[in-house]
Design a protein around this ligand. Structure first.
Ligand SMILES: [Zn+2]
Length: 135
């Protein structure tokens, strides 16, 4: 059976993962050029300065893009499909790939409101997911 691969923390991303473990969606802000930066990096991709600071998102956004996965990744994960995977447009000005939690995956639409939730998926790994239809 194919082994599930989980993301790994690095020196640059550890504050992000620590935020997930403590229920906080973190992103970076460049104090040199003012850009919002996501995913975690050592240098600002816009001005190349190492002046990135961490900020906490309110965890709200909108569906930017999505796809409904009908075939489970593993045969033993049948109850885990269909599921919605997509790109969240987060209010603070960044986009991120995530799973969207929806009561009916077929009713998800571009622009639907999202709210982050944090889900324990493995030992010491908490993933941010977004609930669709948040008020
Ligand atoms: Zn910058």
């Amino acid at each position: 059976m194919k082994q599930v691969t989980y993301p790994r923390s690095s020196l640059d991303s550890e504050p992000y993962w620590e935020g997930c473990r403590s229920g906080e969606l973190r992103y970076q802000h460049c104090t040199s050029c003012g850009s919002v930066v996501f995913h975690p990096r050592a240098l600002c991709p816009y001005c190349l300065h190492d002046t990135l600071e961490w900020k906490a998102s309110a965890g709200r956004g909108r569906v930017y893009s999505y796809s409904v996965q009908h075939v489970p990744l593993r045969p033993d994960a049948g109850a885990y499909a269909p599921r919605v995977l997509g790109i969240a447009e987060v209010d603070e000005g960044f986009h991120m790939f995530a799973e969207f939690l929806a009561d009916d995956p077929e009713q998800v639409a571009i622009g639907d409101p999202l709210e982050v939730v944090f889900v324990d998926v493995a030992d010491d790994l908490v993933l941010p997911k977004f609930r669709v239809g948040a008020k």
